[in-house]
Ligand binder design. Sequence first.
Ligand code: G
Ligand code: G
Ligand code: MN
Ligand code: NA
Length: 273
Amino acid sequence: LQLETDLRLALKRQELLLYYQPIIDLKTGQIAGFEALVRWQHPRRGFVLPGEFIPVAEGTGSIVPMGAWVLEEACRQLQQWHERWKSLGLIPPNRERGEGVGGSAPFLTMSVNVAGVQFGNPGLVDYIDQILQQTGLSGSCLKLEITETAIMAAAESAASLLHQLKKRQIQLSIDDFGTGYSSLSRLQRLPIDTLKIDRSFVSRMSSEAESLEIVRTCIDLAHNLDMDVVAEGVETLEQLAQLRALQCESGQGYLFSRPVDATTATALWMSMP
Ligand code: G
Ligand code: G
Ligand code: MN
Ligand code: NA
C-alpha cells in the first residue's frame, strides 16, 4: 500500500503537524485545555485526516514513532504557551487550577491521544519522563486519552502502566466512551480522571430520548466513580444547555471551535475573556 510507505517517510520529511481543539469549562466558558490532533500534509494527496492514516499506522506499528513525535510536539507547544503567557503577565488568577508540582500550576492542559499499541509499549513511561524533564512541564498539565476499546482490550498488566503515569500526576481520560464495552469493575479499579462521551450520543441527544438517557447515565456513572466528564462533538446551544443541566464539566466541539493550527489556537486562548 502506497499510503503505508509514505507514512513511514512522513515523519522524516516533517509532513506531520498538530492541530488543537479547545476543551471548554462549561461553568466558566473558559478554555480548560486543548486536544492535540495530528494532521498529515501529504505532498501529493494534500491534507490527509487521521481517520484515514491512524488505522494504517496502528496496523503497521508506525504509530509508535508517530505517537512519540505527537507527544513531544504537543508538550513543546504547551511549554511555549506557558512561557509566553507567563512572560506577558497574561495569566489571570482564575486560570490557575489545581496544584502543579515544581511550581508551575496547570492552568492549561494538553490532551494527547495514545493508541492501544503505544499504550502496550513499556518504553512509554520513560519517554514521557524524558519529555517532562526537557520541557519542565509538570505531569499534571498532560492528559492522555485512551479509547474505551483500547483500554478494555489491554492486558491486566496495563493497569500498572496507568498507575505509573498517575504517580507522575499525569491525567488519564477514556476517549469515545459509550462506543465500546466497559467492564464496570475494571473501570472502577483503573485510575481514570475523565470520561469523554462519544460525539454520536451528544449529536443525537436533543432529538432522541434514548441518547439523552445514555449521556445522563454516562455522566452519573462518571460522577459516582469520582471522574469528570467531557462531552465531545458539541455543536448546538441546545446541547450545551442540556449538558450544563446534567452537570457535565466540560465540552468540546464545533460550537466552540474546530481543531485549529497552533497560531490560531494561540489567538483563541489570548482572546478569551
Ligand atoms: O482530528 P479528527 O477528528 O479527524 O481525528 C479523527 C480520529 O483520529 C480521532 O478518533 C482521534 O482520536 C484520532 N487521532 C487524532 N490525532 C491522533 C494522534 O495523535 N494519535 C492517535 N492515536 N489518534 C489520533
Ligand atoms: O479523539 P477523537 O476521536 O474524539 O477526535 C475528535 C474528532 O472529532 C476529531 O476528528 C475532530 O475533528 C472531530 N470533532 C471535534 N468536534 C466535532 C464536532 O463538534 N462535530 C463533529 N462532527 N466532529 C467533531
Ligand atoms: Mn480524543
Ligand atoms: Na473521541
